[in-house]
Unconditional design. Structure first.
Length: 203
């Protein structure tokens, strides 16, 4: 798989750790990013994983950037793209060509977008969490694969709550991606289940 990141890369690091075990069933063939200078891309380089950078500002518009990103991903012919803390919206060039999953630090469909933890706190919810879902052409709107709830504590701030979410998120990501790789998956409308079927749409 190809993993896409924009920041610290703690979720990517958890996947890299899991992938050391051959029984896990996953090989990370490359890590891609939209920005240089992040801890995550350094960690990938230190681990000897191939990396690529597709900076948003280097392209005339979103469509050109999206096409460039899609082409770079395609060089590695991954079976799955994992957006793990990737902070830009992937458009039709990527989503139409690659099977991709995304993690999001809220219980979708609540609080989509770039500030999920802040938005959940501001709304006063008592329970939030994390979601892993397939990417479609909307924003955080694709079929949900798994979710884990995290209670909001009195006095939580954005960074403290996000750190607690990330602890359960890493576990969920490692578990779900491993199962997708080992068991395959079937998407039927909004419903995802593990296991392969023979129809053209499913793998
Ligand atoms: C994760 O919590 C992920 O869900 C979130 O960014 C964090 C990345 O952490 N993604 C989004 O908010 C996407 N909208 P990491 O870089 O330490 O893995």
């Amino acid at each position: 798989m190809v993993v896409l990141i924009s920041g610290a890369g703690s979720n990517m690091a958890a996947l890299m750790e899991a992938a050391k075990d051959p029984d896990y069933g996953v090989e990370i063939v490359a890590v891609g990013t939209d920005r240089e200078g992040t801890r995550g891309i350094e960690v990938a380089r230190e681990a000897g994983v191939p990396t690529f950078v597709v900076p948003f500002r280097a392209y005339a518009d979103r469509a050109e950037w999206d096409t460039a990103m899609s082409d770079r991903i395609a060089e590695y012919t991954p079976d799955l793209v994992v957006s793990a803390g990737f902070m830009r919206i992937l458009g039709p060039a990527v989503v139409g060509r690659h099977q991709a999953v995304n993690i999001h630090p809220a219980l979708l469909p609540s609080f989509p977008g770039a500030h999920a933890v802040r938005d959940a706190l501001a709304h006063g919810v008592r329970i939030t969490g994390t979601t892993i879902h397939f990417l479609d052409e909307g924003v955080d709107s694709g079929p949900i694969i798994d979710q884990v709830a995290v209670p909001v504590e009195d006095g939580d701030d954005e960074s403290g709550l996000h750190e607690r979410i990330k602890v359960v998120e890493r576990r969920m990501l490692v578990d779900t991606v491993g199962r997708l790789a080992r068991e395959g998956w079937t998407v039927d409308g909004r419903h995802v289940r593990f296991g392969r079927t023979d129809t053209k749409e499913n793998r």
